[in-house]
Write a protein that binds this ligand. Structure first.
Ligand code: PLP
Length: 387
């Protein structure tokens, strides 16, 4: 991406945004690509009700999962929705040694009339394939990816919670399962989707995060895998995340690895800066930042309301100075799981600043979740009906 040229309002869309905008056939026409093998021992209605009453993130799973297998010789085959169960792997499976894997995160939302919807599924389909190319994994046809969400959520629709801010979190992933210790791309790959009912990230309302800016670690380097959604990026962020905890912070923010001076993103969320004059800035996509669906949607919503949104290099030094002298009124993080989170404190080896504002983050949160939960008009065609 280039920096915004000319008017700050009209930015050329990225290849991912462009591909994601293609229309998706309706769910009825995609349904059935994954053959149902129904679980003989699903949760009882009482067990499910119990699970839906006490929602956390990513700890409870539904009765079924999607599976398909790819082999170099035969391509993708055996598309199915099968009972949720442990996966059997050879101890020599390549993913366990060389981390050849990709994943996605997308939610299913229940609307007031009982229908179930998801948000921009082609975006995630296209992004998973971009991640797969980087990780030398096979691409899954976009409409098979979307069909896998349709078929899973249609079987598990009773697991989609209906409380405010609640959703069924869907986790598609694909990994190298060939039992082979030689270092090359796996010739056997398994694709799964599992589903986990999720509570509101903020049961007590939006609570500001405190962020530790690490200078000793980077999550991505030029030519590396930072733009791919792959487990290794998360593995390498865990130690700096522990450093953040030990410094009394909730999350870690990474700087670029070349100049070590510009802000990139958190371990799993993009970052946005609101200037006192109303302009919103976010780090431009340099190849080391994950191109978030939430980031993209928020930029569109903000521009739509007439706010200038710029993608640019944001230096830590400049950001701290702007926060101290009041030119920056707000900083927030965004991603599918949490949607939008105001950042209330930034700390590092030799600085600590607080940021009081959260007006724009609150407004963006309301507008985006309003579209997702069907209480606001979806003027962009982002919502896709699953059930
Ligand atoms: C998934 C992810 C995001 C957020 O992407 P969304 O599509 O908005 O959920 C941001 N940064 C990283 C590193 C991620 O893995």
């Amino acid at each position: 991406m280039t920096e915004t040229a000319g008017s700050a309002y009209d930015r050329p869309s990225t290849p991912l945004e462009h591909a994601a905008a293609a229309p998706v056939p309706d769910a009825d026409s995609l349904a059935g690509r994954f053959v149902l093998n129904r679980s003989a021992s699903p949760a009882s209605a009482a067990e499910r009700a119990q699970a839906l009453q006490d929602l956390h993130f990513g700890s409870a799973f539904t009765d079924h999962m999607v599976h398909a297998r790819w082999t170099r010789a035969a391509g993708w085959q055996d598309h199915a929705v099968i009972p949720y169960a442990p996966v059997t792997l050879s101890p020599a499976a390549a993913v366990l040694h060389y981390a050849q894997e990709v994943f996605e995160g997308i939610k299913a939302y229940r609307h007031a009339d009982g229908t179930v919807w998801t948000f921009r599924p082609r975006y995630n389909a296209v992004r998973m394939n971009a991640s797969a190319r980087r990780m030398a994994l096979p691409e899954l046809p976009e409409e098979d990816f979307i069909a896998s969400l349709v078929d899973l959520v249609r079987v598990e629709h009773l697991w989609v919670p209906e409380g405010a801010g609640e959703s069924l979190y869907l986790r598609p992933f694909a990994f190298a399962s060939e039992p082979f210790l030689g270092v090359r791309a796996s010739e056997v790959v398994d694709y799964y989707v599992i589903a986990s009912p999720a509570g509101s990230y903020f049961p007590h309302g939006l609570e500001p995060l405190s962020i530790w800016v690490t200078t000793g670690y980077h999550r991505a380097g030029r030519g590396g895998t930072g733009a791919a959604k792959t487990g290794g990026n998360y593995a390498s962020s865990l130690l700096p995340q522990q450093e953040a905890y030990s410094q009394g912070c909730d999350q870690v923010c990474f700087l670029d690895d070349v100049t070590r001076s510009s802000v990139e993103e958190l371990g799993g969320m993009n970052i946005m800066v609101v200037n006192a004059d109303g302009t919103v800035r976010t780090p431009r996509l340099t190849g080391t930042i994950l191109e978030g669906s939430t980031r993209s949607a928020i930029m569109t919503l903000l521009r739509e309301e007439g706010r200038p949104v710029v993608e640019e290099t944001i230096t830590l030094a400049g950001l701290l100075e702007d926060i101290r002298d009041g030119q920056v009124s707000e900083v927030f993080a965004c991603g599918t799981a949490a949607v939008v989170v105001p950042i209330g404190r930034l700390a590092g080896e030799d600085f600590e600043v607080t940021i009081a504002g959260s007006q724009v983050s609150r407004q963006v949160y309301e507008r985006l979740t309003g579209i997702q939960y069907g209480t606001r008009e979806d003027t962009h065609g982002w919502m896709y009906r699953l059930v």
